[in-house]
Design a binder for this molecule. Structure first.
Ligand code: ATP
Ligand code: MG
Length: 420
């Protein structure tokens, strides 16, 4: 028990941590190219925030949240996704009062109580962006372009970008009525979940994975075929901008976002590269969310989230190599106590000059120290023994050529700077 991490969690050991650093740094770099700045929010929030923002009828809120009551009797939940906290922080810190739009990104762990399997954990990580304060389709195009460039730059090139419009409150009311009428007539063939959705959140029936529902609902009406002129214009402009950037996309009428505050654009990016049948990125416009969470009226937003574990899995399946930047320049082999003491000044000089350096911590024999130097792939080994001590020199050995020179201790840094 003590030596076993909780179910659904994973350690990221040095064998993998550099890969995480790579994708995180790449994400930061791309966000910065597009003018997005980092927002960090707490790991836990008031449970009510997620109920309101993610939505009462979703799997996340109904079954997956890590919720608890804290010692002050507050209902607290570990964040199951990134948007709610960022939007809460946007409101609380009055970022809407600054020049708009507000363009934010985050990298965060998330927590969902789910059955663990490949690419599905209880603690996982999301990279995401949120762009608030403009409802113009140019922002939608920018958000999609950012995701596409990020995937391309980490080596995933074969992407399927699917977009849809889920309308707005005006056109959705009319559509929902039509959809409900259609679903009422199909009541006898709907699965139990869909029967419930039909009344609470009819659009989510389109999302049902149950084969019987799928089979019987082939002529289900789609929102995008019933959108109003304003939504249509928005959707068309988005497509024009995407074409201008040569971003290939398809309109997928089945992409839904069931909650009321979602509006207009919804999109998904699927990697067609091997071993990734699932969505690597999902996003959409949430024009009512800021107001719903107690912020000012009419502040719209759009964002996406990328599952980091699935991103890394997909990269691995496609044999995308990430170089491990870890490298030691120098290992200092010392012979005897006095030499060991002397090595500390040299270590300090090297490290101060940003030359990475290590020495022995296990009182190894000289032979074993050389072996260790080999194992950590040091570029040079410096030897300090009795002779060297007497002359204030050291032996500098190039580990790849085995070339060896004797050099004054005071000149090592200068010499290495020309050689590394
Ligand atoms: P799924 O259908 O796989 O359960 P979801 O619809 O619940 O996904 P979102 O809420 O849209 O997923 O989260 C965005 C991304 O986060 C997903 O595309 C996925 O990559 C990742 N993700 C979601 N849940 C998990 C999890 N339990 N473990 C690892 N990654 C996850
Ligand atoms: Mg899920």
């Amino acid at each position: 028990m003590l030596t076993k991490a909780p179910r659904g969690t994973k350690d990221i050991t040095p064998k993998d941590a550099y890969k995480w650093n790579y994708v995180e740094n790449k994400f930061r770099e791309i966000c910065s190219l597009f003018g997005y700045e980092e927002m960090r929010t707490p790991i836990f929030e008031h449970t009510e925030l997620f109920k309101r923002s993610v939505g009462d009828t979703t799997d996340i809120v109904q079954k997956e949240m890590y919720s608890f009551t804290d010692k002050g009797e507050r209902d607290i939940t570990l964040k199951p996704e990134g948007t709610a906290g960022v939007v809460r922080a946007f409101i609380e810190n009055k970022l809407y009062a600054d020049t708009q739009p507000t363009k934010l990104f985050y990298i965060t762990p998330c927590f969902r109580y789910e059955r663990p399997q490949a690419g599905r954990q209880r603690q996982f990580h999301q990279f995401g962006i949120e762009a608030l304060g403009s409802d113009k389709p140019s922002l939608d195009a920018e958000v999609i372009a950012l995701a596409v460039q990020f995937f391309n730059e980490v080596g995933l090139k074969d992407l399927a970008v699917s977009i849809n419009s889920v309308g707005c409150p005006t056109c959705r009311a009319e559509y929902n009525a039509k959809l409900k009428e259609y679903l009422d007539a199909k009541s006898d063939v709907l699965c139990e979940t869909c029967l419930e959705r039909k009344d609470k959140n009819p659009m989510r029936v389109i999302d049902c994975k149950n084969p019987t529902c799928k089979e019987n609902l082939t002529d289900i009406p789609f929102m995008v075929d019933h959108i109003c002129d304003d939504c249509k214009d928005h959707f068309e402009k988005l497509q024009t901008y995407l074409k201008e950037m040569d971003i290939n996309f398809v309109v997928d009428k089945t992409i839904v976002r069931g909650l009321d505050y979602y509006k207009k654009t919804a999109f998904e990016i699927i990697s067609n590269d091997i071993g990734s049948q699932s969505t690597v990125c999902g996003g959409g416009r949430y024009d009512g969310l800021v107001e719903q969470l107690g912020g000012p009226k009419g502040v719209s937003g759009i964002g996406f989230a990328i599952g980091a574990e699935r991103l890394l899995l997909t990269m691995e399946n496609n044999n995308i190599e990430i170089e491990n930047p870890y490298a030691t320049d120098i290992f200092i082999v010392t012979i005897g106590d006095e030499a060991k003491t002397k090595s500390f000044k040299l270590l300090k000089d090297l490290r101060t000059n940003h030359i990475s350096a290590e020495n022995d911590h296990l009182d190894r024999s000289v032979k074993a120290q050389f072996k260790y130097s080999d194992k950590i792939n040091a570029k040079f080994t410096i030897v300090i023994g009795d002779d060297e001590l007497a002359n204030d020199t050291a032996t500098l050995k190039n580990m790849s050529t085995s070339e060896q020179i004797t050099i004054k201790l005071s000149e090592i840094v200068k010499e290495l700077k020309t050689r590394l």
